[in-house]
Design a binder for this molecule. Structure first.
Ligand code: SF4
Length: 329
């Protein structure tokens, strides 16, 4: 592990100033991904600025939204009674997203910034990884690709965004609040992560030094039901092969409100706008749900190792919609 300097920030302004001034300086929060990557030699910052003692945690309720401080842990958010009652699929995704130990350390801000799980990205002995080593190629294209994306990919990278909780959050039009040298700004989560395109090493719209201070999560409308389903190789401590987060309001058999996002398939937390278009105004039945799933997976690009995900993702979404709507399989 490369030696690094450790600094504990006195306030958010100092933290932003320190990190913004030096491309080799990074923030440190829960560290549950970052420290692993440093030990593996994937990341090698010269200095870490610890933000865990800053007043960036806590959950406040506005009546229409939940504002979650960036250093709030996954466990704290999962335990919030308003989240349990008004955003049940957020709670489900949090509880399925990590072990209890990790949930007590990992922060919400860090969760959104977690790095790719691609084995080639995490192995610095592999030369070809455009995300870690821009312009070097992509070992996953010709190597072992199973836990990889099928939506939003490019010829330069097919790495998956592995967050669970980002799936319901992106479905809800969550806003990410950040503070930088130019002041604060709010970024819709739907625009926060960037698909790889020609620059897989650029994963989000943050400028270097911008600090996530909070996220603002709109509550579901009254009468909405929601569900998050995660399909994986084993029941715990495993990333999603496919997942889906859905929220519906159904009135007299007709869908009046629909939010759909997919996990385990996208290079970014995948908002399935096309599926929502199919659902809105349609009868809440299996035919509609299958049509929505077909729309959600349209344009999927696969390799032999990821081809199974298209049908699995369709089935995952149909099942999630059935459960959400209370329609028997
Ligand atoms: Fe690197 Fe992306 Fe290719 Fe994985 S999929 S080897 S992260 S470029």
């Amino acid at each position: 592990m490369r030696p690094f300097e450790y600094v504990r920030a006195a306030d958010a302004g100092q933290a932003v100033t320190l990190v913004s001034a030096d491309p080799d300086t990074s923030y440190l929060a829960g560290g549950t991904t970052q420290l692993d990557l440093m030990k593996d030699g994937v990341l090698g910052p010269a200095r870490l600025v610890d933000i865990t003692r800053l007043p960036l945690g806590g959950i406040t309720h506005t009546g229409t939204a939940v504002r979650v401080g960036a250093t709030t842990t996954m466990e704290e958010l999962a335990a919030d009674p308003v989240v349990a009652e008004r955003l049940p699929f957020v709670r489900e995704a949090l509880l399925l997203g990590a072990s209890t130990q990790l949930r007590n350390l990992a922060t919400i801000g860090g969760n959104l910034l977690q790095r790719a799980r691609c084995r080639y990205f995490r192995d610095p002995t592999v030369e070809a990884c455009n995300k870690r080593n821009p312009g070097s190629g992509c070992a996953a294209m010709t190597g072992f690709a199973r836990m990889h994306a099928i939506l939003g990919t490019s010829e330069h990278c097919i790495a998956l965004h592995a967050s669970d909780v980002a799936i319901p959050l992106v479905a809800l039009d969550t806003v990410v609040h950040v503070q930088g040298m130019d002041g604060p700004r709010g970024i819709p989560l739907t625009e926060f992560h960037l698909p790889p395109g020609d620059t897989p090493h650029v994963e989000n719209v943050l400028r270097h030094g911008e600090l996530i201070t909070a996220i603002e999560v709109p509550l579901l409308p009254e009468g909405a039901r929601s569900h998050y389903l995660k399909v994986r190789d084993r029941v715990s401590y495993e990333f999603a092969l496919t997942s889906a987060g859905t929220a519906l309001v159904v009135e007299e058999g007709t869908i009046r409100y629909a939010r759909v996002a997919l996990g385990g398939v996208g290079t970014v937390p995948w908002r399935a706008w096309a599926a929502e278009d199919v659902l809105l105004g349609a009868p809440a039945n299996r035919d509609t749900f299958h049509a929505a799933a077909d729309a959600a997976l349209e344009g999927a690009r696969t390799l032999p190792g990821t081809a199974f995900k298209v049908d699995l993702a369709r089935r995952t979404l149909v099942r999630t919609l059935e459960t959400t709507a209370g329609v028997e399989a």
